[in-house]
Design a binder for this molecule. Structure first.
Ligand SMILES: O=C(O)CCC(=O)C(=O)O
Length: 248
């Protein structure tokens, strides 16, 4: 159950870290699914950072019917996301980020709404839930956020390697005004962050993988403009609390 203080923190900071949403057994099952093929193997591709290293990810837009669907509908995530967004929510997409030991590339500074605005979403009432599958540390390239930066609204994004990033000059100025936080996470914890929160992560130079599952939601009332019509999304179902471990 989310406290009033946690909701306030999210509104103020643009992110909220919730420990131990998933048990060690559930994390082990998700790691098994990363290593065992299935959706992750089918969908994985590289995304070059500005140094030419590759951030690797597998992304899908269908909720599906596997361990990732169970994780995306986990009551600890869906219930919290719904309360943080103050409305009914819909599943937008899920992705596994494979930042592998010694090879995983960086993510350039960006806002998720920098991408999703171009997908036609009219409102920045969207959120990501980042689930740590390995310990996520400074050494292996944990997520970094600028605390409170969501309050600036959407910034312009341009090409940054194979990614989209915010203008480096603008970021240099913004960084002087907002605290940079390295979000170190234990496996099973979840970082909820607003779609306009600026975030980045460094390449993984360490000997330890940094893998994560990120599930993204949009407010069900958020219109997505597509050509001359609007796409609507069904309300995200809430699954059974133990659904993830059933895939172990
Ligand atoms: O996993 C990371 O380090 C960053 C991923 C990210 O920013 C994204 O998928 O938008």
């Amino acid at each position: 159950m989310l406290t009033h203080e946690q909701a306030h923190q999210y509104d103020r900071d643009g992110y909220l870290l919730v420990p131990d949403v998933f048990s060690p057994a559930e994390v082990k099952a998700m790691i098994g699914a990363v290593e065992g093929g299935g959706r992750v193997a089918e969908k994985a591709y590289d995304m070059a950072d500005t140094s030419g290293k590759n951030a690797r990810l597998a992304l899908w837009s269908e909720l599906g019917d596997d361990i990732w669907a169970a994780a995306s509908t986990h009551p600890g995530i869906v219930g919290t996301a719904r309360m943080l967004m103050r409305e009914e929510i819909s599943f937008f997409h899920g992705k596994v980020i494979l930042k592998e030991a010694r090879s995983g590339g960086a993510w350039e500074w960006h806002q998720d709404y920098g991408y999703w605005h171009h997908d036609g979403f009219l409102l920045p009432n969207m959120l990501s839930a980042f689930v740590a599958l390995d310990p996520s540390t400074r050494e292996n390239g944990c997520l970094q956020v600028l605390r409170g930066s969501h309050r600036m609204g959407r910034l312009e994004h341009g090409r940054a390697g194979g990614q989209m990033g915010t203008d480096p000059q603008r970021i240099a100025a913004v960084e002087k005004c907002f605290e940079r936080v390295h979000v170190e996470m234990t496996p099973g914890s979840v970082l909820f962050f607003h779609c306009n929160t600026l975030h980045t992560s460094a390449a993984n130079e360490s000997d330890h993988h940094r893998r994560s599952f990120i599930v993204c939601y949009t407010g069900t009332s958020n219109p997505q403009y597509q050509g001359d019509s609007f796409k609507t999304y069904p309300v995200c179902p809430t699954g059974a609390p133990d659904a993830v471990s059933r895939f172990a």
